[in-house]
Write a protein that binds this ligand. Structure first.
Ligand SMILES: Cc1ncc(COP(=O)(O)O)c(C=O)c1O
Length: 96
């Protein structure tokens, strides 16, 4: 990822980093804050796919005390987070 962020070919262009929050094969979680920090240090957006992990983990898009480690966008699979700990937040945006 680091070489892409430094690639002169993309200089001056807005970049988007999009990563899986966790593998749906191994269950291994990504280091979200470290990835987001690196992306933001290079003026790129940090996006994470929480379709697999979303129902089982805390989602903190704006971790306190970690400037630059925020998440710009997340992707959720609505039918998977239904009846999960996040339902009360999602009800504000969608009708189940
Ligand atoms: C990491 C990840 N992203 C996206 C999807 C697709 O989600 P959906 O079921 O809403 O099409 C899945 C489905 O399992 C997934 O595991």
């Amino acid at each position: 990822m680091f070489c892409f962020l430094q690639d002169e070919a993309y200089k001056g262009r807005k970049r988007v980093g999009s990563f899986s929050a966790a593998s749906n094969v191994t269950g291994r979680k990504s280091d979200i804050q470290a990835i987001a920090l690196l992306l933001h240090q290079h003026d790129a957006y940090a996006c994470f796919d929480y379709a697999a992990a979303g129902p089982y983990v805390e989602i903190d898009m704006n971790p306190s005390g970690r400037p630059g480690a925020h998440i710009d966008a997340i992707f959720l699979s609505m039918h998977k987070v239904r009846q999960s700990k996040h339902t009360r937040y999602l009800e504000r945006f969608a009708h189940f």
